[in-house]
Design a protein around this ligand. Structure first.
Ligand SMILES: [Zn+2]
Length: 314
């Protein structure tokens, strides 16, 4: 009766506790994985409530990032191409967007502005932000016209280097270099750094390496938690020097799966690896949503490739 072997019991208890811990953490890992991917829009919407969020929307071979602040304000950076605008509009409606405080178009290429007409037709865009030197280009004329027709109180804002704007409790600064190469739309992309508390998100449109160098030389603050890869991950952008200064935890490549340009290019992927960032692609991961509490940024959710799932609706 009294021959209880305490040391063995203790060992057994320790083993049971250790095994339980392994099972618990394995279950946690699975649940984190499961909760990151969701097909449930309501669940995704609920998880963003009260947070500052950046939604990289899967618009195929193009860019569109919706920023939402905790008080329900919205800002859209680029609008993808016209072909994918149905999905973009649907995504925005799912998030109860009615008013868009800023619609920023980085440069007048179809894969960035093409969906903007439908966005303007479906939502109250208050300010359309364009680079000042492009005010008379065809796409911008069309957008300004559509905007005026929809909302006569709207404004077209002609942005320049160093301009700062307030967006709810966040702010953003235009950091594209002064006097860009106007013969090349990519190299005169509006670049902006959005700051929320101590966290930041960086967008450089399709600006190339020479513009990245100019941004470094301009002494602008570049350090950011999330970087939207330059030019859809092309090797013409994303220099290692620039990436090291931005030093993001996350890089999002906004491009279609198996796109004809081969984005993201190997050289860029190598550079992303060298700085140790987590790289996500809209073409592979679908919509990618980050949240910020002003101190830390976290990957909140991903919604599996709607382009593959909803082809009939697009
Ligand atoms: Zn582009």
């Amino acid at each position: 009766m009294r021959k209880i072997n305490y040391p063995n019991t203790l060992m057994r208890n320790r083993f049971v506790i250790a095994a339980a811990a392994v099972v618990f953490f394995a279950a946690m890992a699975v649940s984190v994985f499961v909760s990151i991917y969701t097909d449930n829009t309501d669940e995704l919407k609920e998880s963003t409530r009260g947070l500052f969020c950046a939604h990289f929307i899967d618009v195929g071979q193009g860019n569109a990032c919706l920023l939402s602040d905790p008080d329900g304000k919205f800002m859209l950076i680029d609008a993808g191409d016209n072909e994918n605008s149905n999905y973009l509009v649907k995504y925005l409606k799912n998030f109860d967007v009615e008013k868009i405080e800023y619609l920023v178009i980085t440069h007048p290429h179809e894969d960035h502005y093409g969906g903007a007409r439908d966005v303007i037709r479906n939502f109250d865009v208050e300010k359309l932000v364009l680079y000042k030197e492009y005010k008379d280009t065809y796409p911008y004329d069309v957008l300004s016209y559509v905007l005026e027709e929809r909302n006569e109180n709207s404004q077209t804002v002609l942005a320049d280097f160093g301009d700062k704007y307030t967006f709810g409790k966040a702010e953003f600064e235009i950091i594209s270099p002064e006097n860009p190469d106007l013969t090349n739309y990519n190299d005169s992309s509006l670049a902006l750094r959005v700051k929320y508390g101590d966290t930041a998100f960086l967008f450089t449109g399709d600006a190339g390496k020479n513009m990245e160098s100019a941004m470094i030389n301009s002494d602008c603050e570049l350090k950011s938690d999330v970087f939207c890869a330059g030019h859809h991950g092309s090797s013409s952008s994303n220099s290692l020097k620039f990436l090291k200064i931005v030093n993001p935890d996350f890089i999002v490549v906004s491009c279609a799966k198996d796109n004809e340009y081969g984005h993201p290019h190997k050289e860029s992927v190598k550079n992303f690896g060298k700085i140790g960032a987590t790289v996500l692609e809209t073409g592979k991961n679908g919509d990618i949503v980050f949240s910020s509490d002003g101190k830390n940024v976290k990957l909140l959710a991903m919604r599996k490739n709607p382009l593959d799932q909803e082809t009939s609706e697009r």
